[in-house]
Design a protein around this ligand. Sequence first.
Ligand code: 13P
Ligand code: ZN
Length: 280
Amino acid sequence: MKKFEEVQNERLLLDAPFVKEMMETTYNMWRFGWDERNGGNISYLLKEEEVSPYIDTNQVLRTIPLDFPVVELANMFFIVTGSGKYFKNVRSNPADCLAIIKVNDDGNSADLLWGLEGDGVPTSELSAHFRSHITRLDKDPNHRVIMHNHATNIIAMTFTHQLNEKNFSKTLWTMCTECIVVFPEGVAILPWMVPGTDEIGKETAKKMTDYRLVIWPHHGIFGAGQSIDEAFGLIETAEKAAQIYMLVNSHQGGMKQAITDQELIELAQVFGVEPNSEFL
Ligand code: 13P
Ligand code: ZN
């Protein structure tokens, strides 16, 4: 049985904006059909001053070893989804499905400060998340979120479209007028790899040097952003373009007209973005 004080503290934490965001976002991702069962994971870098009004940051529930060293993230706080947790259920049971963790000084373990009540562990894709955070923080000090899911049409497109970053990116850009404005750098694509390993984590993070979207063929997508909204919006936009690609390609008559290269260039100019020069 939980003590009265524990229950009060837990209720307080559920009002923390970052917990609310995680609850809302995981539910929306599930509703979109991108996160069946436990598919997908999110990690969100938090500032100590955001966390400390809600929990005692010195009270460690248990220490979780990390199989990969992330000393670059030492003493940083994250809220992450738990491994095997259903996105559908995060909203109704956040203390079981989520965790607030702090990476230790040496980067070899993380302290659990809240959540994962049933002895759970953070997402099995923590290597891809943490290594990608390191890469993105190097590029952008305001970076905060890594998000992975099984976006339906992106996965479908990895079966029917060439797996070539230039062609894939260009196809996505030409499926919706504003795609090139949202991800002017295009999308990266890994070869098919076994998920949940440090190898796929390292390769994903390498791609994050130049891209904020990384596709795992026949599996899903990773997005990075300065906020949950930004990471979600990137994936949402790429997924919408992929959906249109799949719709157009299933149409018997095929494509009758398309956005041209010249129009993509005009868009980039007017919106002040620099498209990947290797792609356009
Ligand atoms: P986790 O439940 O461990 O987060 O794994 C889900 C997933 O999508 C693996 O790629
Ligand atoms: Zn996955």
